[in-house]
Design a protein around this ligand. Sequence first.
Ligand SMILES: NC(=O)c1ccc[n+]([C@@H]2O[C@H](COP(=O)([O-])OP(=O)(O)OC[C@H]3O[C@@H](n4cnc5c(N)ncnc54)[C@H](O)[C@@H]3O)[C@@H](O)[C@H]2O)c1
Length: 384
Amino acid sequence: MAINFYDSIPSLFLLWLKKKQYRIKIKITVHVADFNNEDIIMKIIVTGGAGFIGSNFIFYEMKAHPEDTIICIDSLTYAGNLSTLEPVMKNDHFRFYRTDIRDRDAIYRIFEDEKPDIVVNFAAESHVDRSIENPTIFLETNIIGTSVLMDACRKYGIRRYHQVSTDEVYGDLPLDRPDLFFHEDTPIHTSSPYSTSKASADLLVMAYHRTYGLPVTISRCSNNYGPYQFPEKLIPLMIANALADKPLPVYGEGKNVRDWLYVEDHCKAIDLIIRKAGDGETYNIGGHNEMANIDIVKLICDYLDKPYSLIKHVEDRKGHDQRYAIDPTKIHNDLGWLPETKFADGIKKTIQWYLDNKKWWEDIISGDYMNYYEKMYGNRKVLS
Ligand SMILES: NC(=O)c1ccc[n+]([C@@H]2O[C@H](COP(=O)([O-])OP(=O)(O)OC[C@H]3O[C@@H](n4cnc5c(N)ncnc54)[C@H](O)[C@@H]3O)[C@@H](O)[C@H]2O)c1
């Protein structure tokens, strides 16, 4: 029912207001939790979609929301693999752009042509060891690239910019305090150039929200495992080496603890955030599944029936974080998310995937990657 505002105000009072030249401000409050992208057909830009989590996210989205269109932007660094996206390449609801997120002109052109509703930024240099060798590219891609994407969002308009971040921005926890967890308000306290570049990007995302009102969200996830992970990361590296009866290089005593999450559970969490979460929200995502690196390696040996004698303890990573542990209570309470895959099932599925898809990773383990591998592990002092 329409109400004539002025009818309700005595005319004498109006005269008095006019005389005093008072201005009346009407304040409208929008409740952020009411944000809802659920029932809308959307165009989603996924950057870094030829990498591990990005590709899994594309497969998840195209199955869960076949009416949406996915636009993948990836520059195909050593970690990007176009063959991964083969199953969706011919789908009418999918397009691929080989573009660097630092290339402002090219990114603006894509936004102008595609007019996306949502951007999910997975594109990043993601390997801690490489960041220790060469920090610069991490700063360029992870920070500058993020700012270019957000500038494009400001210029062309967006319903949501989502930044895929990591629990590593919180630094690490001591091994002897299993009662401690990372919460969303845990102070940022980074260790490596990688985590510092990711934390810087997070701060920039929140600055764009506050300064320009950009509708953003951030998710900070623990270690992922699953299909299509590049074989330089712990689990695929150990599977590939064990299958070839090669040494299994474990940093130090291997006691460092990580909280492992099956990649599809991470994808489901991001899907919920981009569709249901309020602007400016940050969510921790974790599996409540803490395991020491050495126990993971032994489990892989057991599954593949390989002897523990393959395990070689090598000189530790510089500044190696001891323990990561996420408290995912907020995303559970706000959005109803829970990890669905138990580690025992997820690791079996993952190992089986690497057994069934040898060509995918055997093609990768060649050329440049092997030179890098030799540099990282070939010259490292063997402790035992
Ligand atoms: N892997 C994990 O366990 C984990 C955990 C938490 C958060 N994350 C974050 O999730 C995101 C994805 O991680 P991932 O493991 O899939 O990484 P990945 O290294 O497997 O994939 C990164 C992708 O980004 C692309 N890329 C790199 N630089 C680019 C650039 N300048 N322009 C365009 N594309 C570029 C690469 O080609 C690759 O396809 C990263 O932001 C990472 O920080 C990863």
